[in-house]
Write a protein that binds this ligand. Structure first.
Ligand code: AQP
Length: 331
């Protein structure tokens, strides 16, 4: 008898053009996983609207993320690739989970606190974001969730909610595990290495986009903030340098130790130059494939329609079970 494959679930928000933080922390791991697991990869447009989005840009960014998934090797014959708003069960399960989520726990989420600080008006959707994320994952009974370090607290909440529901009714949900890369799980801003690299950073020198031109990549890395110590070490005391080493290690597959040894004598300038080169070498072919997929509207539509259908089928199985356990009458 063949063993049932584990289920992998992840998603990326179309809240802007993707950064190398999104790439290293999440996207770069997706394609390999589809070889050994049953994977679902979603473009989470409903999460994106927790921060105000311009409709035309949201439409464009959603298709961009989809085309980038394909350019990074995701294959609709191996993984289910779809758009979150096409599967209404996410919101339906999200509502159920909201009724067992404590406000205190949501108020303690650091991503919420960071984003709330930057918002003029705080809307309920921003606070409830992690509950919808829990629904995304639990709907598919995912075992593994490949995400960056910034999502750890949200995965813990997902496990808490699954346990609470299982305890209150009966075992229903699988408790998912976070899958995070050792190096590069938290890429920092190039201008402020104490804060996370984010696609919504107003300072464009703080991030590198997956679709940035080689010249822009070189320029941004050259301008990256380091320090005046002049020593190449990998330490929290040199956060800018540590971040560059993480980026270099992630794109070159060299170990952190080898990089530190090689650049001890070569210095910051050479490290920056070679980091930029490693980033360009990985991103250029992805950008080429992205352009081709992005132009093929019919292919993109076929992929998200078929993916949506498969996802709805799976999501409905879980949701029906959940509704029955709660005591809802089947319609
Ligand atoms: N800086 C980062 N380093 C490592 N991983 C990261 N991720 C995001 N930033 C970094 C991972 O990328 C995946 C998709 O993220 P998302 O789009 O769902 O939301 P986010 O974490 O809020 O990403 P951004 O870029 O900061 O978006 P905005 O600016 O819109 O909030 C996740 O797996 C995340 O961990």
């Amino acid at each position: 008898m063949t063993e049932k494959k584990k289920i992998v679930y992840s998603g990326i928000q179309p809240s802007g053009s993707l950064t190398i933080g999104n790439y290293i922390g999440a996207l770069s791991n997706f394609a390999e996983l589809q070889e050994n697991y049953d994977c679902l990869y979603c473009v989470v447009d409903q999460h994106a609207i927790t921060v105000e989005q311009e409709p035309a840009k949201l439409r464009k960014n959603t298709l961009d993320v989809l085309a980038l998934y394909l350019a990074c090797g995701l294959d609709p014959d191996k993984a289910i690739i779809y758009i979150q708003s096409h599967v209404p069960q996410h919101v339906q399960l999200g509502w159920v989970l909201n009724t067992i989520t404590s406000l205190g726990q949501l108020n303690r989420m650091t991503q919420y606190k960071d984003k709330a600080k930057k918002s003029k008006e705080i809307y309920a959707g921003l606070l409830n974001y992690p509950v919808l994320m829990a629904a995304d994952i639990l709907l598919y009974q995912a075992d593994l969730v490949p995400v960056g370090e910034d999502q750890r607290q949200h995965i813990e909440l997902t496990r808490d909610l699954a346990e609470r529901f299982n305890h209150r009714y009966s075992p229903t949900f699988v408790l998912p595990e976070m899958l995070s890369s050792k190096v590069g799980a938290r890429i920092m801003s190039l201008q402020d290495p104490t804060s996370k690299m984010s696609k919504s950073d107003p300072d464009e020198n703080g991030y590198i986009l997956v679709l940035d031109e080689p010249d822009a990549i070189r320029r941004k890395i050259k301008r990256a903030v380091t320090d005046s110590l002049g020593q190449v070490t990998y330490s929290e005391d040199q956060p800018g340098l540590k971040n560059l080493i993480d980026i270099y290690a992630s794109f070159s597959k060299k170990s952190v130790e080898d990089i530190v040894r090689d650049y001890e004598s070569l210095g910051y300038g050479a490290l920056k130059e070679d980091t930029a080169q490693a980033v360009v070498e990985v991103l250029e072919p992805i950008q080429g494939r992205f352009k081709e997929f992005r132009q093929d509207k019919a292919l993109l539509e076929k992929i998200y329609k078929e993916g949506g259908e498969k996802a709805r089928y799976l999501a409905n199985k879980t949701l029906r079970k959940v509704h029955k356990k709660i005591g809802f009458i089947e319609g």
